[in-house]
Design a protein around this ligand. Structure first.
Ligand SMILES: [Zn+2]
Length: 66
């Protein structure tokens, strides 16, 4: 399969693998870590469950998680 990030073909060693080892996994991890920090800050501003839900949905699209 091809890496989600750099599009290079690679051989996944398990079915959850979507990124090659050309730093792409590390890049993704760093990006998510950054997002998590932003989330932490943003959560302080969320006051109602509706706001939290809305935020979680926008987050899922950012992270590519369903
Ligand atoms: Zn890659």
């Amino acid at each position: 399969m091809n890496c989600d990030i750099c599009q290079a073909p690679f051989q996944p060693t398990n079915k959850n693998h979507r990124h090659c080892h050309n730093n792409c996994t590390a890049k993704l991890y760093a990006a998510r870590k950054k997002v998590r920090l932003q989330i932490k800050e943003a959560l302080k501003a969320l006051r109602t469950p509706e706001q939290v839900n809305e935020f979680n949905q926008s987050l899922s699209s950012v992270l590519g998680v369903n």
